[in-house]
Design a protein around this ligand. Sequence first.
Ligand SMILES: NC(=O)c1ccc[n+]([C@@H]2O[C@H](COP(=O)([O-])OP(=O)(O)OC[C@H]3O[C@@H](n4cnc5c(N)ncnc54)[C@H](OP(=O)(O)O)[C@@H]3O)[C@@H](O)[C@H]2O)c1
Length: 328
Amino acid sequence: MKYRKLGKTNWQISEISLGTWQVGGKWGSPFDHQSAEYILNTAIDSGINFIDTADVYSAGMSETAVGKVVRQRSEKIYVATKCGRQLDPHTNEAYQPAALRRFVEDSLQRTGLETLDLIQLHCPPSEVYYRPEIFGLFERLREEGKIQHLGVSVEKVEQALKAIEYSNVVSVQIIFNLFRQRPTDLFFKRAQQRDVGIIVRVPLASGLLTGRYSSSTVFGKDDHRFFNRDGAAFDKGETFAGINYEKGLEAVDRLKAIFPAAENLAPIALQWILRFPEVSCIIPGASRVEQIASNLSSLQRPELSEAQVAAMQAIYEDLIKAEVHHLW
Ligand SMILES: NC(=O)c1ccc[n+]([C@@H]2O[C@H](COP(=O)([O-])OP(=O)(O)OC[C@H]3O[C@@H](n4cnc5c(N)ncnc54)[C@H](OP(=O)(O)O)[C@@H]3O)[C@@H](O)[C@H]2O)c1
């Protein structure tokens, strides 16, 4: 494993870490505690020391499983969780310090941890980024020892740029992958200038970039890849990184042609992201334990050649950019 610094926290965190939205089974299927603990322990055995979860993943069961495993381990494992998405309706007005404090206290209880290493605002509406009292609350929670640090998980680059104006924001979680490149235009540089960590989510475009799916792939009816393709449940950009599925398949076919020997494109997609030194870590999600080793194998791959990188970039320019670049 290789480690990178997470901004001004000075934590050394695994370049390839773990996202746990789908830990415990496929999206939408009943939560399997044994499978969740197996995936989490395998990740830690492999050197992963940073785990991303949220209070809303599997109705709190992801957080519970993460807390249980982390408490059983002797290594220092950094736990990043999120708050805000329980608010219903999920509006700017609903974001109130008292509600957020309660969510933090509930996460402490579910995880059984004494303090939350990193609490992230979970894609709040844009207006929330203009309310210092919200960011101030987390300073008090830090003084009380309930959290160590505050981060944000954002949908748009503009939200990220606003969030890092607050001096207590140590990290930004953002979608970045071969199909989502706008963060490099300005945000990466600004984050680096302010020593803010960058946590890359949805690195595989919800699995599309693995090359495993086709036009006949069927996703379960409770899987967001089935019900959120048009943003019906939450931001469209979270599912397949906002790419039209058929267009994504076309792009993936071109990617396969660049790497004809690769059975699985996931390690290559992750390797492409790690070429950017501004990235602190990537948090691919894993529905099965084998995916951990597969994702970590990207660290063993020979460097991408200039010709391969240029051919990959051409896919973005030709097929993807016009669809997504202006949106997020
Ligand atoms: N708003 C937010 O803050 C937010 C939103 C989204 C995600 N996240 C976080 O970011 C993490 C990552 O995003 P994500 O899980 O949505 O997308 P992702 O990491 O791009 O895709 C994960 C999916 O890719 C497939 N996969 C992963 N590794 C694979 C491998 N080696 N070989 C083949 N298939 C592989 C699996 O699909 P199958 O299920 O088909 O096996 C897995 O469920 C989440 O777990 C969560 O922690 C945060």
